[in-house]
Design a protein around this ligand. Sequence first.
Ligand code: ADP
Ligand code: MG
Length: 261
Amino acid sequence: MSETQMIEKNADVKPGEELLVVEDLHAGIDGRDILKGISLTIRRGEIHAIMGPNGSGKSTLAYLLMGRPGYEITAGTVTFKGEEILELAPDERAKRGLFLAFQYPQEIPGVSVVNFLRTARNAIHEEMNPMQFMKFLKEKMASLEMDESLVRRYVNEGFSGGEKKRNEILQMAVLEPDLGVLDETDSGLDIDALREVSAGINAVASPQRSMLLITHYQRILNYVKPHVVHVLINGKIVRSGGFELAEELEKSGYDSFRDEG
Ligand code: ADP
Ligand code: MG
């Protein structure tokens, strides 16, 4: 199946239509409230950024979207392509087109990146044999200007911070999700790695595909321009707006937003 056919196959939601709708989501852990009523709507093709200080609940939101167990969801709904997903297991969500890149990628000794990626891809899309997959992977790596030597190595083993993040962008490119959630993909990157990772995100973004960039710092937004910026403080989105909101944050910091929570 060509990439265009694949996109058409997945395009049961047209560009601009609502892809992810989070409504009044309340969640916590061990009786402690972390998310206190999150609402946001991401349309197909849009890039959203969630910015917030440490501990505001950014990663919690990302994990809840992907279905990580252990959270108590006390209110609210999450709808993806018109379907309620909070009851679905993580792999079911991945099959429906959700992708999450973790803040702290895991090492998987003994499993090469190529095999890992092929297994992940085949679990959610029409199966490719090893040769078909290699051809597909080489195209993806070329589009991301990535070095082929990386995929021969074991997953994340001995990877530098930058290599781990690049590997995640490659994973996202290979899985071709409808929505990619990137949790602090920019953290710990030097300026060259940040540029490369950003170029990768831009290469994967498309009118069919949406991105949710979760970040503490404004700097990645100099390279990946979001359509919508949300400021998350203490479990609440205190403000949403355009790119100018990120610029305002850069100037004034989070303190000026705290009162709004
Ligand atoms: P962020 O990603 O914005 O830095 P997190 O979502 O990781 O924030 O955390 C939000 C709050 O929830 C923090 O105060 C954190 O200590 C708390 N928290 C997150 N995960 C757990 C957990 N597994 N157990 C207890 N508290 C947690
Ligand atoms: Mg976090």
